[in-house]
Design a protein around this ligand. Structure first.
Ligand code: DGY
Length: 318
């Protein structure tokens, strides 16, 4: 039974794969597998372990052939996988929720604080020799404590962010296509329609899975509802935000800032206009990037694949 890994994963993770599975992998950790090589090397695989850098579409499934039973991604997000093509072929799609929830929520909050308080801008200024004398009105951010946070979505990561926001004395609003009254009670969060949330939140935080249903949910119209003092914090999927509209809003100062850990196209193009926006804090998709969590994700992605390959139920079927 061949299991193909689209990226090199640590030995201690791969060594746990049982002997009846023959492991093949792209040999590099620091670069994504070229498309042609991916198509050639998945041939005959019963399982593919992949990540968000690979587009797993019909072409890849056809290249793997009829033996393919499972596509297991080392990510909670799965917008890079054509699920309907997989469904049609009876291929199981798995992902890695839960194991990254708290780590990602930490990063969302770190990004929110960094954006609110201009932490990267201040650090850059210091390194550039621009500290000078202490100035009473230099590097001014905005308060986080006691402000209103508006969460778009109320899945596991949003709930973990809400728990952190409570510690900061924040008023917590959320919008979701499926309101969750049990969570409202447990976490002290209030459901809001989207427009009211955008109009009243100091921090608008999409925590959505991406895909067609939420593509450009934050567009020019949505941004126009936000307060001039408000900030957009996105660590979910770049597709949720219309980046042209965001650049225009930052440029025109109709919103106060943006913290982004995800972009529509990753890595960011060297000439991307967001790189010229002083009030944008940009990170290279590090939401789940801790050693503990990435190790757990890699393990779980392999476990899910092996379970399906052996005809058993995986832990995390999408
Ligand atoms: C995910 O898991 O989907 C993140 O975006 C990467 O950890």
């Amino acid at each position: 039974m061949k299991l193909f890994l689209t990226r090199k994963l640590p030995c201690e993770v791969c060594d746990a794969v049982p002997a009846d599975v023959s492991l093949a992998m792209y040999e590099h950790e620091e670069q994504a597998i070229p498309r042609e090589e991916l198509l050639a090397r998945v041939a005959g695989a019963r399982g593919i372990v992949t990540m968000l850098t690979e587009r797993i579409d019909e072409e890849v499934m056809d290249a793997a052939g009829p033996s393919l039973a499972v596509i297991s991604t080392m990510s909670v997000g799965y917008e890079h996988i054509d699920r309907s093509a997989a469904n049609t072929r009876g291929i199981v799609v798995c992902h890695t929720p839960d194991v990254l929830t708290e780590t990602t929520a930490d990063l969302v909050f770190a990004l929110l604080l960094a954006t609110a308080r201009q932490v990267p801008q201040a650090e850059r200024a210091l390194r550039n020799g621009q500290w000078g004398t202490w100035q009473p009105f230099q590097f001014l951010g905005i308060d986080v404590y006691g402000k209103t946070i508006g969460l778009l979505g109320m899945g596991g990561i949003a709930q973990a962010v809400a728990r952190r926001a409570r510690g900061f004395g924040m008023r917590i609003l959320y919008w979701s296509r499926t309101p969750k009254p049990d969570v409202e009670e447990a976490l002290g969060v209030s459901y809001s329609d989207l427009t009211t949330l955008l109009q009243t939140s100091d921090f608008v935080v999409p925590l959505l899975p991406g895909g067609d249903a939420t593509r450009h949910l934050i567009d020019q119209h949505a941004l126009s509802h936000m307060k001039r003092s408000a900030m957009l914090i996105n660590a979910s999927r770049g597709s949720v935000v219309d980046e042209d509209a965001l650049c225009a809003a930052l440029h025109a100062k109709t919103i106060a800032g943006a913290g982004l850990d995800v972009l529509a196209q990753e890595p960011i193009a060297a000439n991307h206009p967001l790189l010229r926006e002083a009030r944008a804090v940009l990170l290279p998709h590090i939401g789940s990037a801790t050693l503990e969590t990435r190790t757990r994700m890699a393990r779980r992605a392999l476990e899910n694949a092996v379970l399906v390959m052996r005809g058993e139920a995986p832990f995390d079927r999408v």
